[in-house]
Design a binder for this molecule. Structure first.
Ligand code: BTN
Length: 265
């Protein structure tokens, strides 16, 4: 029996489960057996007027995208690839922490199925499981002046994948590699949507400060040696505006707001 036989996603059932649980994100649901990138598909739908909360889920992506132009490996039948359309009522300048908000929701959703203390957020967009990347977030904004006309929150989660390509096998993992029970993709998606609903609503109501403690509890970098564009230093935690404070080796304290960082020690 193949993985697909065991875990075929049933979009009609999934949509009614989303409605039954009273989730305000996830409908209308568009399910695609194959797509270039769910983020591109969600963007097209947004341009045609799709509402806040609309969700695009694909079984595989031909051209899944990660941050900084990287490819997101997206084989069929085993993982989750989805994009959520948000129409936030906030100036675009206040939306920078949304990647961390989404990352927290993904981490909390994943944590329901694995050892919860092994799930961490690596600033700004990686979810780690036992120190390896299990999920990534790619947020893309479409702006009109100072206002975001919409955001696309793209999420890839390695759920059932057992082997990885050579270029990522040392750094990637999947939930199945850390779970003794059988995992069902729709259950993982529902758990993540529950947290996405809760966390994005809290962000809309109170801003990022209301989520800061929860984000800090999952911070993979705090106290660790990290390398970024500014140099090598010790990560000192995530700030109320979503930036990462780093004490550089030469003594200076900097706030990192863009780019990537690597944990080096
Ligand atoms: C990263 O870690 O660099 C971000 C990865 C984001 C991957 C997801 S999969 C669903 C959505 N569609 C894409 O093309 N990318 C995101």
């Amino acid at each position: 029996m193949t993985v697909e036989d065991v875990d075929a996603l049933d979009p009609a059932r999934l949509e009614s489960q989303i409605r039954d649980r009273g989730l305000r994100l996830g409908t209308p649901l568009t399910w695609l057996a194959e797509v270039g990138s769910t983020n591109d598909e969600a963007n097209r739908m947004a341009a045609k007027g799709a509402p806040h909360g609309a969700l695009v889920v694909a079984d595989m992506q031909r051209a899944g995208r990660g941050r900084t132009g990287r490819t997101w490996h997206s084989p069929a039948g085993c993982n989750l690839y989805f994009s959520l359309l948000l129409r936030p009522d906030r100036p675009v300048g206040e939306l920078a922490p949304i990647t961390l908000v989404a990352g927290l929701a993904v981490a909390d959703g994943v944590a329901k199925f694995v050892s919860p203390h092994e799930v961490h957020l690596k600033w700004p967009n990686d979810v780690l499981l036992s120190g390896r990347k299990v999920a990534g977030i790619l947020v893309e904004a479409s702006t009109t002046g100072q206002q975001a006309s919409h955001l696309i929150v793209g999420v890839g989660i390695n759920v059932l994948q057992r082997t990885f390509d050579a270029d990522i096998e040392a750094t990637a993992t999947s939930m199945a590699q850390h779970s003794s029970t059988s995992l069902v993709r729709s259950e993982v998606l529902l758990a993540v949507l529950e947290h996405l609903t809760r966390h994005t609503e809290q962000f809309a109501r109170d801003g990022f400060v209301g989520l800061l403690d929860a984000v800090r509890r999952r911070d993979a970098t705090a106290g660790r040696e990290v390398r970024g564009a500014a140099g090598v230093g010790t990560a000192e935690g995530i700030e109320p505006d979503g930036r990462l404070r780093v004490r550089l080796r030469r003594g200076e304290s900097v706030l990192v707001g863009t780019g990537e960082i690597d944990i080096v020690g």
